[in-house]
Design a binder for this molecule. Structure first.
Ligand code: MSP
Length: 652
């Protein structure tokens, strides 16, 4: 879909602590979406910021012996610095304690009140300070603990102002069903069921006697706005307020990146407020959880990935894994090791290697000048590559329009793999050695095609890897092409700068060493609890002498099949996405298609050889082997294991 403007926002983050990987993920996603549309020629605006009011912040300031304002000022500076380190860009860093925002919330409250959508009432219920909300019975366990925050709720009876959510629910349900609030299928269903089961209205104020850390209601000086009623309008403040949003082309094409835990607020309450204000309802891009080693990050599990960890590893490695392994909306499982492995496969050995080989050969055989295409000598393989590459920009656009960033990256890395195979079959070094006019024409065509692929990849993935892809494009003579024309330029596959003298650049992505497998906390404990005898036996086991050791070299793990699909163009292969506990998510291409359907595999536990070197195949990379055996009916079947087996556990 052609858009002229796009406005992308992150949730505004609670000013109660430091950012973690989940926040970096959301902000990176906002940046990538924004940059992508910018590269398609849209005018873009990006917003991130801090949610600075409410009881939670007040509580947190108190525990640190600080005034709330001092706490939020300090944290806003820290977050900005960390975002700066990652080179995230944004047009607005929203702070809900800013004067502009207070003015806008006051206006929103006044308009909704004047519309008759706000009334006073009493409510008793279980309140979670973590959520800053009264919870429904589904949101608590049997002991009335919040399921998200795992903290006890408080039974509260309060006289508060209420916003008439019920009045707008039928319209909201209609919008949800039409896919106008969220287009990701699973969240449409989730949201419809939330909307249908939502009872009562939304309490939107807190008495000052409980907390004064908020924006005063314009129609009652004894109450402040409830933190969510204060926070949600920040997106409108970022456009200049309600009146400005009414006319702004940015508001009409707003996208809110949000975590799935805040779907109810953005998918029900916010649309209700917007309908009351007469403003359009933005689209949501809902993200799943960022997991580490198969688990939610938590200090007690010792699996928290901090911004420092990511920074040390490099923004590109994090982004490639976070947005390559799963489309936003699904959970993504990252470990330090899996991020390095993916980085090596896709970036260092993939695009990085293709770039360095191509540039070196052009330097060597063409004195560093980009060769021209000799169309009369094109081979079928070249026509095929050109066709795939020419379709890529549009395919990436389509994927982005549905927030399917992993699908977009998959297409790009498949093109790189296809081009690698082409170069291997053409053996340009032998063409150079043969040194005939025919072989030199072929050599020029091979390197021109390889350059054209790199140029396409550079333009289409610059939103993910801005620094490195711009460097690559500069090397290829595209340094002056405005990035707002990136997709336009990419759609002209043969449009390389023939004759351009290459700009020398350092290797794009250096390979990283893969650390030996990190012990999980439970493995560490196991070793600590061993008797000296057991430890001795273990030492004997690791001395490289007997065949059991050879067996030990093969790592076979229990995995869950998350997804299985037919591989287009292959009669034998199924593409599996499996989750292997600590080892993260893997793609496996398995030649088992004639024996089993994808449906029979999904959600089943299987055995995978996990330490086979990844294999580049025509249809992508296979990162392991699915173990199978002959069934009684002489068919090959995967070895299924009982559901009881722990995902990621190693066969021993
Ligand atoms: N202040 C509210 C948002 C108000 S927006 C008007 C808030 N803040 S938050 O700091 O708690 O969370 C911000 C975002 O981070 C949420 O979208 C949440 O889902 C996301 N994440 C927090 N932990 C996460 C992961 N482990 N993985 C992915 N994102 C998660 O909610």
């Amino acid at each position: 879909m052609k858009k002229s403007h796009v406005y992308v926002t992150t949730p505004i983050f609670y000013a109660s602590g430091n950012p973690h990987a989940g926040h970096i993920y959301a902000t990176a996603l906002m940046n990538i979406i924004c940059a992508h549309y910018g590269h398609r020629g849209c005018e873009t605006r990006a917003l991130t910021g801090m949610d600075e009011h409410g009881e939670k912040i007040e509580e947190s300031a108190k525990s640190l012996g600080k005034k709330p304002q001092q706490l939020v000022d300090d944290l806003a500076e820290q977050w900005k610095q960390i975002f700066g380190k990652f080179e995230f860009s944004y047009d607005v860093f929203m702070r809900t304690t800013s004067e502009a925002h207070k003015k806008n919330v006051t206006e929103v409250l006044r308009r909704c009140h004047d519309n008759g959508d706000i009334y006073f009432g009493e409510h008793e219920g279980h309140y979670c300070v973590g959520c800053e909300a009264f919870l429904t019975s589904k949101e608590m366990d049997d002991h009335k603990k919040c399921l998200i925050h795992q903290r006890p709720t408080e039974l509260r009876r309060e006289g508060n102002y209420y916003f008439k959510v019920q009045k707008y629910l039928p319209k909201i349900i209609e919008l949800i069903r039409q896919g106008k609030i969220v287009s990701q299928r699973r969240y449409i269903n989730e949201l419809v069921s939330m909307a249908e089961s939502f009872e009562g209205d939304l309490s939107i104020s807190r008495p000052k006697s409980r907390t004064s850390w908020g924006i005063e209601l314009p129609f009652d000086k004894d109450h402040v706005a409830y933190v969510w009623f204060d926070a949600l309008p920040n997106y409108v403040t970022g456009i200049g307020g309600v009146e400005a949003a009414e006319k702004s082309p940015f508001w009409k094409s707003a996208v809110h990146v949000i975590g799935r835990d805040i779907l109810k607020f953005h998918g029900l309450f916010w649309p209700a407020m917007l309908l009351s204000l007469g403003l359009e309802v933005p689209e949501l891009c809902v993200t799943g959880w960022l997991l580490s080693g198969g688990h939610k990050m938590s200090k007690s599990l010792g699996n928290v990935i901090t911004p420092d960890d990511i920074f040390e590893l490099g923004r590109d490695a994090f982004i490639n894994s976070a947005f390559r392994l799963a489309n936003p909306g699904e959970d993504v499982d990252l470990t330090h090791k899996s991020m390095i492995e993916r980085y090596n496969a896709d970036l260092a050995n993939g695009v990085g290697n293709l770039a360095s080989r191509t540039l070196t050969m052009i330097e060597k055989y063409f004195d560093g000048r980009l060769p021209s295409f000799e169309r009369d000598a094109f081979t079928d393989e070249e026509l095929e590559i050109a066709q795939i590459a020419a379709k890529l920009p549009n395919a990436v656009e389509v994927a982005f329009d549905q927030f399917k960033l992993a699908d977009a990256l998959q297409l790009v890395w498949e093109l790189i793999a296809r081009t690698d195979k082409y170069i291997a079959s053409q053996k340009p070094w032998e063409l150079a050695k043969a040194n005939t006019s025919e072989s030199l024409t072929r050599l020029g065509n091979v390197l021109a095609h390889s350059t054209a692929v790199l140029r396409t990849v550079g333009f289409t993935t610059a939103a993910f890897f801005p620094e490195k892809m711009r460097l690559l494009l500069k090397a290829l003579g595209e340094g002056n092409t405005p990035m707002s024309k990136a997709f336009e330029a990419a759609s002209d596959f043969y449009g390389i700068q023939v004759g351009f003298k290459l700009v020398t650049i350092p290797r794009l992505f250096q390979r990283m060493d893969v650390p030996s497998r990190k012990e999980t906390p439970s493995e560490k404990n196991k070793v600590a609890q061993q008797t000296p005898e057991q430890k001795q036996v273990d030492t004997a086991k690791s001395s490289n002498t007997i065949t059991i050791e050879d067996f030990g070299k093969v790592e076979i793990c229990v995995a869950t099949v998350l997804n299985a699909e037919l591989v287009e163009g292959s009669t034998k292969l199924l593409r599996l996405k499996v989750s292997v506990g600590d080892l993260g998510l893997r793609q496996i291409l398995s030649g088992i298609r004639e024996w089993i359907t994808p449906e029979e595999l999904v959600n089943r536990k299987v055995l995978i050889v996990t330490n086979l070197a990844p294999r580049k195949m025509k249809f992508g990379i296979s990162e392991g082997m699915l173990l199978s055996a002959d069934s009684q009916s002489a068919e090959v079947k995967p070895v299924f294991v009982s559901d009881e087996m722990k995902e990621g556990s190693r066969l021993a």
